[in-house]
Design a protein around this ligand. Structure first.
Ligand code: NAD
Length: 337
């Protein structure tokens, strides 16, 4: 079975999701929606994705020299599943549209958990989305926290976790946002990131704070975790070395900041210079008794992308086994583990 996938919103996440789906042999992109004939509409066309837009916008596309394959509604009706990659808060407005079209849909982390009632992370709860009409792939930060916390909880048990999220001010292509010369604390405490992790691991005792900083490349998390047993630093590294989509970097090798992590990602030759894994500084991991300290960096534009592919397989009942789906997605996307 080849799953017919539609992308609603061909922006930062949408275009990456389209590339990742196209790399798989059990799913295909049947079209993408665009609201305006921007450069990304031309990119979509050049990648061979039929463009869909509403009838009242069609003239602008034709004027720009772009062929329109049909309306967004026609695309949704022809698809098995829509990946909703519209801006945060817009996705929920589409839920009734997807319901009417009788199509499955995956929402992104900019929506609340309630939009789908199920939130997804491939390692932690792949089965929960099995056959579901709606699911939500959690945000980049939440994906990062789940990638490292879930394996730790499985191996040792977590009493309590605390994370300070140092957040990028904007994505590289987004010149409208900031700050450009300030550090901006999130004042509504604890921040929503802890409850968002709990949308996948409801039993986890976790609290978070966040500050926004003037960078476009990556979020960085400073984490402390009280484990249920005393373990060594080596045991923690061993658990993560077997967990999916975590990669180790080392200050000793010259990777001392997010800048070098992303330079490494570009050197690895991945599509768009993306880093789908969560980067953990191996020489910045320390356990004192049962308290673990570590730093991790999250490539906000891409860590959720392989999760979206796995979510499709779960929702469309293509692969029952989470580990097999993860391995298949990874192989197609060049992710070693
Ligand atoms: P984006 O602004 O880069 O892309 C959104 C796309 O949707 C654009 O192509 C835009 O033209 C289109 N769009 C806008 N309004 C629309 C509408 N009414 N109907 C159809 N299309 C519309 O946004 P993004 O960064 O890709 O974010 C998409 C979702 O992914 C959000 O929920 C966001 O929170 C989440 N997310 C973003 C990141 C990130 O770092 N960029 C990371 C993880 C999750």
């Amino acid at each position: 079975m080849t799953v017919k996938v539609a992308i609603n919103g061909y922006g930062t996440i949408g275009k990456r999701a389209a590339s990742a789906v196209s790399a798989q042999d059990d799913m295909e992109i049947i079209g993408v929606t665009k609201t305006r004939p921007s450069y990304e509409a031309f990119l979509a066309r050049d990648n061979g994705y039929p463009l869909h837009t509403d009838a009242d916008r069609e003239a602008a596309f034709k004027e720009a020299g772009l062929e329109v394959a049909g309306s967004a509604d026609e695309l949704f009706a022809a698809a098995d599943i829509v990946i909703d990659c519209t801006p945060g808060g817009v996705g929920e407005q589409y839920r009734p549209v997807y319901e009417k079209a009788g199509v499955k849909a995956i929402f992104q982390g900019g929506e609340d958990h309630g939009v789908a009632g199920i939130s997804f992370n491939a390692t932690a709860n792949y089965q929960e989305s099995w056959g579901a009409q709606f699911s939500r792939v959690v945000s980049c930060n939440t994906t990062g926290l789940l990638r490292t916390l879930y394996p730790l909880d499985e191996a040792f048990g977590i009493e309590e976790a605390f994370s300070v999220l140092v957040r990028r001010g904007a994505d590289p292509g987004d010149s409208k946002k900031g700050p450009i010369n300030a550090i901006e604390p999130a004042l509504k405490l604890p921040t929503h990131h802890g409850p968002d992790v709990q949308s996948v691991m409801p039993w986890l005792n976790i609290e978070t704070m966040a500050v926004k900083v003037p960078t476009t490349i990556m979020h960085l998390h400073a984490n402390t975790v009280d484990l249920k047993e005393e373990v060594s630093t080596e045991q923690v590294l061993d658990v993560w070395s077997k967990a999916p989509r975590i990669t180790f970097v080392k200050g000793a090798d010259g990777i001392k900041s997010s800048a070098q992590v992303m330079e490494l990602a570009r050197d690895m030759g991945r599509s768009r210079g993306d880093l789908f894994e969560i980067a953990v500084w191996a020489d910045g991991v320390k356990v004192v008794g049962s308290k673990l300290f570590y730093y991790q960096a999250v490539h906000q534009e891409s860590d959720v992308v392989p999760e979206i592919v796995d979510c499709i397989r779960s929702m469309c009942k293509v692969e029952k086994d989470a580990a097999r789906s993860i391995a298949k997605t990874n192989a197609a996307m060049g992710i070693p583990r």
